[in-house]
Design a protein around this ligand. Structure first.
Ligand code: AMP
Length: 314
């Protein structure tokens, strides 16, 4: 099976309290595909400019990621994003967004990309996300991410796209912004009532993530890292681990245990992503490191206890 992802493939300029990079490989589909490639075959749907060179394509090739559905436009420039993080790296400022090739993008998927069991609509203009969704009718599971930029500038289109997916992966600020509701549990209920996803994953940065389904709630911690270098792409890496793992199952499904395991692996991948700038850490990550941290997560989240009721005094 395979995962198809559509989203930005970009150059980023990043500044965090730990340093800066003027122009590195970035984009939501980049971080997602690198993370998912540890679990599954991945196909990227996107567009880049002439400035996207063999060095950048090689990063994907090294992880076996299929780029046949990435169009390269001669004479044009790739998507560019510039972000600045405060000392509290949960606070990010967008300094510049240049859509460039994405302004004219008209995605036409190959038959292979249409046939993937899992489709992930990573962060990009919601009309484009819907165009891709419509071409992948057979996908067993469709996930969606977005960001404040689109909530503000394309809200009604985004709501329409949210109605065509079954799993939504937003961060807590986006969930609050979309609903205007500060309480996360209420905001999650509102989103479920408004657009009806089967699964709503809410990423909470250094506090981990939580998952709301029709019948259950699950909270995943973030790995307790002592140094975080750059949070860019953590959300996409989380989604890559999550959907990549589901795709590695015989049949992707909504079994609670599978979803929980997928969410823990999402947290593992996000924790590695933030250890260096952009996708640099994911590019040199190993299977052994993923397996080791997954085991640590299992210890962090599981414990044995005596029957608690017997311990209560009154
Ligand atoms: P994240 O940190 O997970 O929110 O994603 C960061 C990535 O999103 C960066 O590498 C950017 O290139 C990309 N990005 C930033 N703004 C946008 C946007 N408006 N549309 C699509 N991708 C974006």
């Amino acid at each position: 099976m395979a995962v198809t992802v559509v989203g930005s493939v970009a150059f980023d300029a990043l500044e965090t309290p730990f340093g800066k990079r003027d122009r590195i490989l970035g984009g939501a589909a980049t971080h997602f595909s690198l993370a998912a490639s540890f679990f599954s075959d991945v196909r990227v749907v996107g567009v880049v400019g002439e400035d996207f060179g063999s060095e950048e394509f090689e990063v994907f090739a090294a992880r076996g990621i299929n780029m046949d559905d990435v169009e390269q436009v001669p004479g044009a420039r790739s998507f560019f994003w510039s972000g600045l993080y405060e000392d509290d790296m949960a606070v990010a400022h967008t300094l510049d967004t240049q859509l460039n090739v994405f302004a004219e993008f008209d995605p036409k998927l190959s038959q292979h990309a249409r046939e993937s069991a899992i489709l992930f609509l990573a962060n990009i203009q919601p009309d484009l996300q819907r165009q891709v969704r419509e071409q992948c009718n057979g996908a067993a599971l469709v996930g969606l991410d977005s960001m404040n930029y689109w909530i503000e500038s394309a809200r009604s289109s985004l709501l329409e796209t949210m109605r065509c997916v079954d799993t939504i992966v937003f961060n807590d600020a986006e969930v609050r912004m979309l609903t205007g509701e500060p309480n996360l549990a209420r905001a999650a209920r509102e989103i479920r009532e408004l657009v009806g996803p089967r699964v709503l994953l809410v990423k909470q940065g250094a506090y981990g993530a939580c998952m709301f389904t029709e019948t259950s709630f699950f909270s995943i911690p973030a790995y307790p890292l002592e140094t975080v270098i750059d949070p860019t792409g953590a959300g996409d890496a989380f989604a890559g681990g999550f959907f990549g793992f589901l795709d590695s199952l015989d049949e992707p499904d909504f079994d609670d245990n599978h979803l929980r395991c997928a969410a823990v692996l999402g947290s593992v991948m996000a924790s590695y992503c933030v250890e260096d700038f952009g996708s640099e850490r994911l590019q040199r990550l190993t299977r052994r490191e993923i397996a080791e941290r997954f085991e640590e997560f299992k210890h962090m989240t599981a414990f044995e206890s005596p029957p608690v009721v017997a311990q209560l005094r009154r």
